[in-house]
Design a protein around this ligand. Structure first.
Ligand SMILES: Cc1cc2nc3c(=O)[nH]c(=O)nc-3n(C[C@H](O)[C@H](O)[C@H](O)COP(=O)(O)O)c2cc1C
Length: 449
């Protein structure tokens, strides 16, 4: 299968993660300094490694931005603990972990072995999205290469510790990216979230204490151990250190994955790296961190990419998926397409999410078709308020937050649909460039009039 041509070549100057070209072969990775951070780590104690991670102030790259060092500190080294790497990556717009696994699998594997050594883990499981078949086989190949070199499956040099690493393929459910649902799936149970506590650090894989981190988080570990936590913390901002991968998509000239220092802005990313809007188009809005996040407006382009800057602007940095929306786009249809995704992916375990995502989708279908009423715009907001903060996990919130922000920022467009009795936007509004079509069958619950 040919590699996607849309992945942009990275900017060598700003990079801590060397994504340039393919470093899939272990010889090439080692020739570029690969596995030297592991040698450094083997001379350090668990406590020293945790301290280095704390000093780096790295925030988890899976969405919530939880400090990685603090999470690591919850697990003292000992027997019967596991490392789980979240490679589920199913949020619309997010495709950064894929590129790491595709092009630089040894960086992830080196990070895994360092983390395993840190917690003296019984094993590591890479839980990978079911559709990532090629990435899974690349990881298997890279694990076999690391095994042949003695990094996996035999005692690490100068120690009696053996690192074991396995790939576990999911079955294509977005909810299995949520950590408790992922662990349930890994444990052979139905992939649905459970209430916390217990947190994974207490009961995770095989009901044992588990450290669970995103692919990009773990792939950054060799960088931090290699350059030192304090030096890493010197990049980015005080609260959001280092660089981060951003998946840039939608109506932009040069979509792709870009690694940016977290001190940069959305303008640097969208206009600088992405080349701005297509010819003759203007920016209408942008999604700053994956489809679940409230949208930002063109006058917020100078917002920083840092976690705290995006929160101050009224949204969240999430997974770093930036979706650019141009002036042709119907925002009602965009809200609908987003809600459809979350309705489709709701696991149905808790009522606010199961019923709320469906009700939002039903009402948005009416709105988009011009069959909705002005009162139902307020009803949509009311449902968002009822869903958010009331679900077992934040999948329900992930539906409510963008829908609310679409209405708050583009209420006039919703009202125009109601007044005209149809969508006022041109038929060729390019929704498919934002998300591929998700649901083919009409929802039976939509009633005209
Ligand atoms: C519905 C849902 C889907 C999620 N999907 C992913 C995912 O695909 N990958 C990921 O790393 N984190 C995902 N998360 C966040 C994880 O629950 C967890 O916070 C994260 O993997 C922790 O890694 P980090 O600390 O390195 O960021 C998801 C959360 C929710 C609520």
């Amino acid at each position: 299968m040919p590699e996607s041509p849309t992945f942009a070549q990275p900017d060598q100057n700003a990079l801590l993660l060397p994504f340039a070209g393919s470093r899939r072969e272990i010889a090439e990775y080692e020739a570029n300094g690969g596995y030297s951070a592991l040698q450094t780590a083997l001379g350090m104690t668990s406590e020293q490694l945790v301290d280095e991670m704390i000093a780096s102030n790295l925030r988890g790259r899976g969405g919530a931005g939880f400090p990685a060092g603090r999470k690591a500190s919850f697990l003292a080294a000992g027997l019967d603990r596991y490392l789980v790497i979240n490679g589920d990556e199913s949020e619309p717009g997010t495709f950064k972990d894929r590129e790491i696994m595709l092009r630089n699998p040894h960086m992830l594997i080196e990070g895994i072995i360092i983390y395993l050594w840190m917690i003296r883990g019984a094993g590591a499981y890479i839980y990978i999205r079911g559709e990532y078949a090629k990435e899974a086989s690349i990881l298997e190949g890279a694990i076999a290469q690391a095994r042949a070199k003695g990094y996996i499956g035999s005692p690490l040099p100068g120690t009696d510790y053996v690192a074991n690493v396995y790939v576990h393929r999911g079955a294509g459910a977005y909810i299995c990216g949520e950590e408790t649902a992922l662990l349930a799936s890994l444990n052979g149970e139905r992939g649905q979230p459970t209430a916390k506590p217990p947190f994974p650090a207490v009961s995770g894989a095989f009901k044992k204490p588990t450290l669970l981190n995103n692919v990009e988080t773990v792939a950054t570990v060799p960088v931090i151990i290699g350059m030192g936590g304090a030096a890493y913390a010197g990049v980015g901002t005080e609260q959001s250190t280092g660089t981060k991968m951003f998946s840039l998509s939608g109506h932009v000239r040069n979509p792709g994955n870009y690694e940016m220092p977290l001190s940069a802005t959305y303008r640097d990313l969208i206009e600088g790296k992405g080349g701005g809007m297509p010819e003759g188009r203007t920016l209408k809005a942008f999604v700053p961190g994956g489809s679940s996040m409230p949208i930002l407006m063109p006058n917020q382009l100078d917002t920083g990419l840092a976690f705290e800057a995006v929160v101050a602007a009224g949204s969240m940095a999430g997974s770093g998926a930036v979706i650019v929306v141009d002036d042709r786009t119907c925002m009602v249809r965009f809200a609908l397409r987003t809600a459809e995704f979350y309705m489709h992916e709701s696991c149905g375990k808790c009522t606010p999410c199961r019923e709320g995502t469906r009700w939002l989708t039903e009402l948005l279908r009416k709105q988009e078709a011009g069959l909705g009423t002005l009162a139902e715009i307020d009803l949509l907001l009311e449902i968002c308020n009822r869903v958010e903060g009331n679900c077992l996990c934040v999948l329900g919130d992930a539906c409510a937050m963008p829908v609310r922000s679409h209405i708050n920022n583009f209420r006039a467009e919703f009202e125009e649909h109601c007044r005209l009795g149809r969508c006022p936007c041109p038929d060729d509004a390019p929704m498919t460039e934002l998300y591929p079509p998700l649901l083919k069958a009409p929802l039976p619950m939509v009633h005209a009039g």
